[in-house]
Design a protein around this ligand. Structure first.
Ligand code: DGL
Length: 283
């Protein structure tokens, strides 16, 4: 497939006068896009997987910031009215700067659901799986500090897991994902609703909901597994209230990647039932 740039891309994405941009380092943001489409079925979306520059979670903050700027510039050139940073790592690294630089843009980020986890947990012991970058960020440190004294958090950086999930979307082969989930849940300690054990698991990376069946098998049926996709979708709808497209027709989705189209194509088809062709983006 020929890569596109500039006006060719603009033509390819002219699905409506208004668009909501959604981006992630890869296919993980599809978990948020799924919730967004369920919440706002008539809105048009343009999704960018920055797979050519992933993973974000194991790169330095400057890289994630630079890529967040590049994707934002592209989405703005497509006249998005709102942008959802469907990536915890990019939100932590870039949202404060993007907000300052683009006050006109409705900007929504995603962060690990610590507060909802505190509200749900009975044992007061909460596991948090996230990328190394998210857990090391100043934003996450502040988020954690805001919950100080409310619960014990077991923080688990999950090197390689987002990448393994990308590969499994492409090949259907889940052994690597299962092995990493086993290793990381094992390192966190015991899961159950018994006193002193982890009864709530926060998925602090948008890729991880796509491994939730494996995680569920490991932590047991009684442990609550939570991510922020639906909350982000509700928040996006609230912020866009009054700006929705007055149309009964289903919204369209345009899919772009800076990497190999096949991974996003396979994941969007498998997990969201989106048959649309993925285009390669040079940004
Ligand atoms: N999906 C991204 C997040 O939510 C991270 C994946 C990566 O490391 O690139 O943090």
């Amino acid at each position: 497939m020929a890569p596109c740039k500039g006006s060719a891309v603009r033509e390819a994405t002219s699905v409506g006068a208004v668009l909501i941009g959604v981006f992630d380092s890869g296919i993980g943001g599809l978990s948020v896009l799924k919730a967004l489409r369920a919440e706002m079925p008539h809105e048009h979306f343009i999704y960018v997987a920055d797979s050519g520059h992933a993973p974000y979670g194991e790169r330095d903050e400057a890289h994630v910031l630079e890529r967040s700027h590049a994707v934002t510039r592209y989405l703005l050139s497509q006249n998005v009215k709102a942008m959802v940073i469907a990536c915890n790592t990019a939100t932590a690294a870039a949202i404060h700067l993007l907000r300052a630089e683009h006050p006109e843009l409705t900007l929504i980020g995603v962060e690990p659901a610590l507060k909802p986890a505190v509200a749900l947990s009975r044992t007061g012991r909460i596991g948090v799986m996230a990328t190394r970058g998210t857990l090391a960020s100043a934003k996450f440190t502040a988020l954690l500090a805001a919950q100080a004294g409310q619960a014990d958090f077991v923080l688990q950086p999950c090197d390689g897991l987002a990448d393994a999930i990308e590969r499994s979307a492409q090949t259907g082969e889940t052994a690597e994902t299962i092995a990493l989930c086993t290793r990381y849940t094992g390192a966190m300690g015991l899961f159950s609703t018994q006193t002193g054990q982890i009864d709530t698991l926060v998925l602090g990376c948008t890729h991880y909901p796509f491994a939730s069946d494996h995680l569920r098998a490991m932590v047991g049926a009684d442990v609550q597994i939570i991510d922020n996709g639906e909350a982000v979708a509700r928040q996006t709808r609230r912020l866009l209230q009054g700006h929705e497209i007055a149309s009964a027709a289903p919204g369209q989705v345009s899919l772009f990647t800076t990497g190999q189209p096949y991974t996003l194509q396979a994941a969007a088809g498998r997990w969201l039932g989106l048959p649309d062709p993925v285009k390669t983006l040079l940004i």
